[in-house]
Ligand binder design. Structure first.
Ligand code: ADP
Ligand code: MG
Length: 250
């Protein structure tokens, strides 16, 4: 990458007060009985408002742990997590719940839809617990599912179910859309469609999107790629020419 591109990105994005979220020296060790497993070691991470960030790393490198800490599902063993100027590490359980509800949308590999609810009802459940939701039909339209709203998950393809899951996350108007292996269960073409939906939400709504994946090809469509290995950040790269979702291949 030419130095001038990195400089342009940096001058535009790096002023501290523009950070949406940052991790400062975050470590995480899981302790089960007398076995302790260090998973993250001294991780510093910055997420800028409106960016499309991909974090890649092999299976077991600590990606999901990292995303869960960012999303307030898990807490670090040491270090701090700042959401704007608020330190999540000092939040009570209730404040963390409110943080997740109000600011975070989660998309998982296996959709996690309620099987007995229709697509629209799955999205409504999420809208009902959020403080400033968009209309559920609007969210379903944004993912291109306006014709499938009354179908149950079992009547939808994997890609369609993932789009419902994205609509369910999106309906909350979250500050951050966190996606854990969102294409992991999908074939190439369906995976590309999901990436296209995520890319459109970023471009058209200005939504901040973070994808974590073991699939480094997905990094090609990111503005910034962070490589994680054995619980530490091995590399951060600014991508001056992100490719369109339909050009990503694996
Ligand atoms: P990735 O998403 O990159 O595959 P994870 O963050 O899921 O990696 O896991 C990293 C390591 O942490 C793995 O070795 C995993 O077994 C371990 N781990 C994750 N969650 C827990 C937990 N709740 N208790 C104990 N070990 C865990
Ligand atoms: Mg994982």
């Amino acid at each position: 990458m030419p130095a001038s591109d990195a400089e342009a990105f940096n001058s535009d994005r790096t002023s501290e007060n523009r950070l949406l979220l940052s991790l400062k020296s975050v470590s995480k060790t899981y302790i089960t009985g007398d076995v302790s497993v260090p998973v993250l070691r001294d991780v510093d991470l910055e997420i800028y408002p409106g960016e499309f960030l991909v974090i890649v790393g092999p299976s077991g490198s600590g990606k999901s742990t990292l995303l869960n800490i960012v999303g307030g599902i898990d807490v670090p063993s040491s270090g701090d997590v700042y959401f704007y100027s608020q330190n999540l590490s000092q939040f009570t359980e209730m404040e963390l719940t409110r943080y997740r509800r109000k600011h975070i949308g989660f998309v998982f590999q296996f959709y996690n839809l309620v099987p007995t609810l229709t697509a629209r009802e799955n999205v409504i459940v999420s809208a009902d617990i959020s403080e400033s939701p968009m209309s559920p039909d609007k969210a379903l339209e944004l993912v291109g599912l306006e014709h499938r709203t009354d179908h149950f998950p079992s009547q939808l393809s994997g890609g369609e179910q993932q789009r419902v899951a994205i609509a369910r996350a999106l309906v909350k108007n979250p500050e951050l859309l966190l996606c854990d292996e969102p294409t992991g269960a999908l074939d190439l073409n369906t995976g590309r469609m999901i990436l296209e939906v995520l890319g459109n939400l970023n471009r058209e709504l200005g939504m901040t999107v973070v994808i974590i994946t073991h699939n480094s090809a997905i990094g090609e469509m990111a503005e910034r790629i962070i490589r994680i290995g054995s619980g530490t950040i091995a590399e951060t790269k600014v991508n001056s020419h992100p490719v369109a979702a339909n050009q990503v291949t694996w």
